[in-house]
Design a binder for this molecule. Structure first.
Ligand code: MN
Length: 399
C-alpha cells in the first residue's frame, strides 16, 4: 500500500525516490501520482517527506486538480525555457534540467533510487552530474503488491463486467446451430460459421460499452491449438462443437486503470473423456489451492500443491525443469492490479510469503496437443486466514 513506501525505502537503504515517465503505460508512475499524463513528468520523494511532482505548464492546473500529490510544481518554476535554450540538444537538455532539479532537493551523497525502467540515458546524465542513482527492483512494486479496499473495488468492478460479457458470449455459443464438421453456425449473423474474430470483436465492443478495453488482446482458442497456453486464437479460426474452447479474458478499466483476469474452458455439446478428466483434475487443483492459500503461504508451496494433485491424477508437470509433451506447463498464478502480471508470482521459485490483501490469480491448466487445453482461472484477495474469491462466475464444462 502507498503508506508502506517510507518503510520499504528505509528497509532498502533509499534516501529518495525518482521517477521520470508518462503515466498511461507506467503503472508505478500512475500509482504514485494518481495523475494520467501522456508525456513524461517528474516524481520525487525524500524518505519520510511528502512527494512532489513537476509537470510541464500545460498539465499544471489539471495535475493540481487530479493528482493525489499535494505539492504540484511546474517546469516554469525552474525556468525550463531559459535552461533548454542554453543547451545544444533539447532532449539531453531536458535530462540536465532534471538533474538540476534533483540537485536542489538532495545532496550528492544521498542514494536516489530509480525503478528498473528508468531510462538508462537519464541514469547516465544524472550520474555525470554527480548524483548517486541506484536502479532497484521491487520498490514501488512492493507497495503495489498489497491493495487498499478502493483498489480491490476497482478490480472487482472490471471483473463484474468481465463476468457479464463472458456469460453473454457463452449464451451465444449455446444458441448456435451445429453445422457440418461440427462447426458452430451463428443464427444471429446470417447463419455464418462462428469465428474467433467474430467473438473477439463482440467481446471488445461489449467491454467498450462499460468503458473497459481489451488492451492486450485476449485468448479465444478452440480445439488442439488451445494446448498452447498463450495461443491467442486467429481471427479466421472456426469454433467447433465437441472441442475445448479456452476463454482467457483480461480487460482493463480505461478510467480506473485496473485489470482483471479470468479463464473459463467450455465445450459446446459433449466433451470427450480426455478433456473431461483434465477438467476434473484442474478444478480439483484450483479448489485445493484456494483452501491452502492464506497470508504467509509461499508461491512455491501453492505451486507444489497444485503439481502434487495433477501428478497424483496421472498427468505430467514441468516441476523441477522437466520437459514434457503434455500436462501442466506454466506457473500457477500472478498478482493482478495496475499490471495484468505483477507481484507476487505464484510459481516454483517464489519463496517470499504472500501478503494479506494481495490480489492474485490461481490458474491451473492441463494441455494435450491432440485435444487442446483446459484452464480455469479466478482471482482472489489473500486474507489473514484464507482468501476471498473475487470471481463470481460458474465453472461449467459442457454447454
Ligand atoms: Mn492470468
Amino acid at each position: 500500500m502507498r503508506k508502506d513506501l517510507d518503510k520499504i525505502m528505509e528497509n532498502k537503504g533509499i534516501d529518495a525516490l525518482l521517477l521520470f515517465s508518462e503515466s498511461y503505460k507506467n503503472p508505478n508512475m500512475y500509482y504514485l501520482t494518481g495523475f494520467l499524463a501522456p508525456d513524461p513528468f517528474i516524481f520525487f520523494k525524500k524518505i519520510n517527506l511528502p512527494a512532489i511532482i513537476i509537470v510541464n505548464s500545460m498539465e499544471f492546473s489539471r495535475a493540481q486538480k487530479e493528482s493525489i500529490i499535494k505539492d504540484v510544481r511546474s517546469y516554469t518554476d525552474y525556468n525550463y525555457a531559459d535552461f533548454i535554450k542554453k543547451t545544444n540538444d533539447p532532449k539531453i537538455g531536458g535530462l540536465k534540467f532534471l538533474a538540476t532539479i534533483v540537485k536542489r532537493e538532495v545532496s550528492k551523497d544521498k542514494i536516489i533510487c530509480v525503478p528498473p525502467d528508468f531510462p538508462s540515458i537519464a541514469t547516465d546524465v544524472l550520474r555525470n552530474e554527480g548524483l548517486k542513482i541506484q536502479p532497484m527492483f521491487d520498490v514501488v512494486e512492493e507497495a503495489r503488491e498489497t491493495k487498499e479496499p478502493e483498489e480491490i473495488e476497482e478490480i472487482v468492478k472490471v471483473q463484474r463486467v468481465n463476468e457479464k460479457v463472458l456469460t453473454e458470449i457463452i449464451e451465444l455459443i449455446a444458441n448456435c446451430d451445429i453445422g457440418p464438421n461440427k462447426i458452430l453456425i451463428n443464427n444471429k449473423n446470417g447463419k455464418k460459421p462462428l469465428t474467433v474474430g467474430e467473438l473477439k470483436t463482440l467481446i471488445g465492443h461489449k467491454f467498450l460499452d462499460a468503458w473497459c478495453s481489451i488492451e492486450e488482446d485476449i485468448i479465444v482458442a478452440c480445439g488442439p491449438s488451445s494446448a498452447d497456453p498463450h495461443f491467442h486464437g486467429y481471427s479466421e479460426d472456426k469454433i467447433r462443437a465437441g472441442q475445448p474452447i479456452v476463454f482467457d479474458i483480461y480487460p482493463r478499466s480505461i478510467r480506473g486503470r485496473y485489470w482483471t483476469d479470468m479463464t473459463r474452458t467450455i465445450v459446446r455439446g459433449k466433451s470427450n473423456n480426455v478433456v473431461k478428466k483434465m477438467f476434473e483434475v484442474v478444478l480439483e487443483a484450483k479448489g485445493s489451492c484456494f483452501d491452502a492459500l492464506h497470508e504467509g503461504a509461499l508461491g512455491s508451496e501453492m505451486y507444489n500443491l497444485c503439481c502434487d494433485i495433477i501428478e497424483k491424477a496421472g498427468f505430467h508437470t514441468t516441476r523441477g525443469g522437466k520437459k514434457i509433451e503434455k500436462g501442466f506447463t506454466h506457473s500457477l498464478g500472478h498478482g493482478v492490479g495496475l499490471e495484468i502480471h505483477e507481484n507476487p508470482t505464484i510459481g516454483e521459485f517464489n519463496n517470499k510469503p504472500i501478503s494479506a490483501h494481495s490480489v492474485v490469480s490461481i490458474e491451473p491448466g492441463l494441455y494435450d496437443p491432440k485435444v487442446g487445453g483446459v484452464r480455469i482461472e479466478d482471482i482472489v484477495e489473500v486474507t489473514k486466514n484464507g482468501c476471498k474469491n473475487l470471481t463470481n462466475m460458474p465453472v461449467i464444462l459442457e454447454i
